[in-house]
Write a protein of this length. Structure first.
Length: 209
């Protein structure tokens, strides 16, 4: 089976390859197919944006996996303008931040919130399979085990595609996600435990594996 992973983020590509490791799949990326067009992400949730992307890239390939995620700070109302939500790279909806700009922006924001905040990602996934789209989205309960601290002092190390890992600490060890290569303390740990099993089951069902 051939599957397009509809993202330009190399870390997300590796995430889905890992989730479906052991399956007989040849994965392609947007770069492999020289696709440089992007859909307008106007959904209100990560799931809605993932669906929009899956439908868009479905015009290029028979089977597509797409993903979107929102970042949320515990303790801030969801409608608080400081809440990153779906606009992690485009706070205020104006300028798209590069990795270093993201680190600087969120270090300043967390500093203004006291220097350390509890944070979590909500993840939406959509699969286009020959004209049919199925989707999946976690809840705050699903991801409670992967909540983490975001701090205002970044590690000097960087993880391409996951810039905020340089500001993120594991709640148990208080180590930066980028500072421990032996454990899964990266942005990919948004999908862990029972939630991970549910995501894998969804992907296999949607792809008819």
């Amino acid at each position: 089976m051939e599957v397009l992973i509809g993202t330009t983020n190399p870390s997300k590509v590796e995430r889905f390859k890992a989730l479906l490791s052991g399956c007989d799949i040849t994965f392609y990326t947007l770069q492999d197919l020289q696709i440089d067009q992007e859909p307008e992400e106007i959904g209100n949730t990560p799931e809605e944006n993932a669906i929009l992307k899956a439908k868009f890239y479905g015009a290029y390939f028979d089977r597509v996996i797409c993903n979107d995620a929102g970042l949320y700070f515990d303790g801030l109302p969801l409608d608080d303008p400081r809440q990153p939500g779906l606009h992690v790279r485009t706070p205020g909806g104006v300028h798209r931040l590069n990795d270093e700009e993201m680190i600087a922006h969120y270090a300043d924001l967390v500093h203004a919130l006291g220097g350390k905040v509890l944070a979590y990602y909500l993840d939406g996934i959509a699969v286009y399979n020959r004209g049919k789209v199925e989707s999946f989205m976690g809840s705050s309960e699903d991801v409670k085990d992967s909540a983490f601290y975001m701090v205002d002092c970044p590690s000097p190390k960087r993880q391409p595609g996951w810039p905020l890992d340089s500001l993120s600490l594991d709640c148990r060890t208080m180590r930066y996600f980028v500072d421990d290569e032996d454990e899964d303390l990266s942005g990919d740990s948004i999908i862990v435990g029972e939630y991970r099993r549910r995501v894998v089951a969804f992907l296999k069902k949607a792809l008819a594996l």
